[in-house]
Design a protein around this ligand. Structure first.
Ligand code: SF4
Length: 106
């Protein structure tokens, strides 16, 4: 489990394999401010004034390595903990905790 220190949310020894946003985003754009290379707010296609969702840019994966710290900061900072990061070892950071993959004996 990570502590309250943001320095502990970073995993420099592991690479990000996947990032996604679970339902429940509050659309206030903190993640976009922290890492605009990966996150973007998407407008309602029927109403350009209305923001409908946060999503990952199509080229987001190209920035996982160069912006790993910013992505981890965004997941940690998200007030409703809906950003997920999966690492190359299968561990998933949910904004609050790092969950290691099951390692049950076969
Ligand atoms: S920080 Fe979290 S709640 Fe805020 S826009 Fe990003 S995903 Fe949504």
């Amino acid at each position: 489990m990570f502590s309250d220190s943001t320095s502990n949310v970073h995993r420099p020894d592991h690479r990000i394999a996947r990032v996604w946003v679970e339902p429940g985003c509050r659309l206030h754009d903190l993640c976009v401010e922290l890492c605009p290379e990966v996150f973007v707010l998407e407008n309602d296609e029927n109403n350009e004034e209305k923001i409908e969702s946060v999503k990952l840019l199509s080229e987001a994966k190209n920035h996982y390595e160069s912006h790993q710290k910013q992505i981890e900061d965004a997941a940690y900072a998200c007030p409703v903990s809906v950003i997920r990061i999966q690492y190359d070892d299968g561990a998933i950071f949910d904004g609050d905790e790092l969950k290691m993959p099951d390692t049950k004996p076969q």
